[in-house]
Design a protein around this ligand. Structure first.
Ligand SMILES: C[S@@+](CC[C@H](N)C(=O)[O-])C[C@H]1O[C@@H](n2cnc3c(N)ncnc32)[C@H](O)[C@@H]1O
Length: 280
């Protein structure tokens, strides 16, 4: 199951001033904060700050106890309450890093590991068009439950695997016109223990027209345009399209005029666009 980080919305910023603290005690205090999941002390213009999530406010008492035990004179003052956007920056700062074969992460950050082997450049998760599809899917399932997901042009199967791991979508159907992609996706489904994803080797024309709550197509914009009517017929609630180059955006949107779709959101990464449409 993809873990939603259960963070309080508010982040509290505290300033701490010390009257007498040795460099060693300062270092020990910093380590204490890091090991407790608070994060290291921030130094700005010779002032020291630390941050606590609102739901961890009680941890102040442990900070008091730690410093008192060491006979350190200090003062802590709440500077301000920071909103979501700052929290997002803070989360980004604390997000996991991989160095060689070590993955370093805060203890509260729960990982879902997906294993993908693929002979092609797509579907590794590194391409921006794939990443934007994943972001749209994860965002949509936060607010809504979906009965069905159609992964058009599944490639390595990555989008179906993510959709499966969310445990929020009952039925997942993946198709690709390329038999090698189908073999790759099948292997990846097995590796990630995705037991009941329907996998079909087909083009759009070969699909039985059924309605899927969520449809995602990450492929060349010319292909998406060729199949816009079929995509409309297949979509019940939302359609994600990805793989539109920046310089093609306007042309794509003016040609992708399907009366039953309303553009809800767009993302851009490294000159690639992704769009989220709502079926009316
Ligand atoms: C850019 S890859 C996307 C792979 C994966 N979904 C991802 O997001 O990383 C596009 C995939 O669509 C498939 N494809 C292209 N045209 C298609 C068509 N008309 N019908 C079915 N699959 C198609 C390709 O074979 C390829 O595997």
């Amino acid at each position: 199951m993809i873990q939603e980080k259960k963070l309080s919305k508010n982040l509290l910023k505290y300033e701490i001033t010390f009257k007498n603290i040795s460099p060693l005690d300062f270092e020990l205090f910093n380590i204490f904060l890091i090991e407790s999941g608070v994060g290291s002390i921030e130094e700005v213009d010779s002032k020291f700050f630390f941050y606590l999530r609102e739901d961890k406010r009680d941890f102040l008492e442990e900070i008091y106890n730690f410093l008192k035990e060491k006979n350190i004179n200090f003062k802590i003052r709440l500077v301000k309450e920071l909103g979501d956007s700052y929290l997002y920056e803070w989360e980004k700062y604390l997000s996991p890093v991989i160095i060689e074969n070590f993955l370093i992460k805060p203890s509260w950050f729960q990982l879902n590991i997906i294993e993908i082997d693929t002979p092609c450049a797509f579907g590794t998760g590194k391409h921006p068009t794939t990443q934007m599809c994943i972001e749209f899917i994860l965002n949509l399932i936060k607010n809504e439950k979906f009965n069905s997901f159609l992964d058009a042009g599944t490639g390595s199967g990555i989008l179906s695997i993510i959709a499966y791991k969310t445990e929020k979508i009952e039925k997942i159907i993946a198709f690709d016109k390329d038999i090698e992609a189908i073999k790759t996706a099948k292997n990846n489904f097995m590796k990630n223990r995705c037991n009941n994803i329907y996998l079909i080797c087909s083009t759009f024309e070969g699909l039985k027209i059924k309605k899927y709550d969520l449809v995602c197509a990450n492929m060349l914009s010319s292909i998406i345009l060729d199949y816009k009517e079929i995509l409309e017929n297949l979509t019940k609630k939302y359609l994600i399209v990805s793989g539109i180059e920046e310089n093609e955006k306007e042309k794509f949107l003016s040609n992708f005029q399907v009366k039953n779709f309303r553009l809800l959101n767009e993302k851009i990464k490294e000159n690639w666009y992704s769009f989220l449409f709502k079926k009316l």
